[in-house]
Design a protein around this ligand. Structure first.
Ligand SMILES: [Zn+2]
Length: 186
């Protein structure tokens, strides 16, 4: 897969505070998981011409409720269910229908995804992460004005905050989204 996000000059911008409390810890936040923090995930979104790329980097805890290898049938079922959801990104990211975006490629990575699993770059001892990369072809990208993440937060209630880096027609912006503030504007 050609990774548009890697090809673009991605400078990390300070996040626009989604609410007054989000900066109270005083640390620098940006959309990569160099800091593994349960509840927080990074989302990179890039629109270039007709190509829309979305990349999610998340602690497995946010998506599964655990981070150990899934040995019990119960845990394996949870992993399978999360994979199925992540393989249906249109249901998670609610792209406007008018933009006519079709999923072209997707790639899921995690050490928890079984014997052929490729670990993500973010895994730390005792912790696991999941990364998902999607590429869409949008026939009418000008209609791509918003991305609604409410369904994503609803599907994965362990996710409390999404640090988003967006590169679109109006430049680059950093935004922090939450279940109560789940709409990304291009
Ligand atoms: Zn963890």
């Amino acid at each position: 897969m050609r990774h548009l996000l890697l090809a673009l000059p991605l400078t990390l911008l300070p996040l626009v505070a989604a609410n007054a409390q989000s900066h109270e810890h005083g640390h620098e936040e940006h959309a990569s998981l160099d800091k593994h923090e349960h509840g927080l995930a990074a989302l990179n979104v890039a629109l270039d011409g007709n190509t829309l790329e979305i990349q999610l980097e998340s602690p497995a805890m946010n998506l599964l409720g655990f981070e150990h290898a899934a040995s019990s049938a119960d845990d394996q079922a949870k992993v399978a269910a999360a994979r199925r959801q992540l393989e249906q990104p249109q249901a998670l990211f609610a792209l406007p229908i008018e933009a006519q975006c079709a999923l072209r490629e997707h790639e899921l990575r995690s050490a928890l995804f079984g014997e052929h699993a490729e670990p993500t770059d973010d895994e730390e001892p005792g912790h696991s992460a999941i990364s998902a990369h999607y590429q869409f072809a949008c026939a009418a990208p000008a209609a791509l004005k918003t991305l609604e993440l409410g369904s994503f937060f609803g599907s994965f209630p362990g996710t409390e905050k999404l640090d988003v880096q967006l590169i679109g027609p109006s430049g680059q912006q950093g935004v922090q989204l939450s279940p109560g503030n789940s709409r990304l504007a291009f």
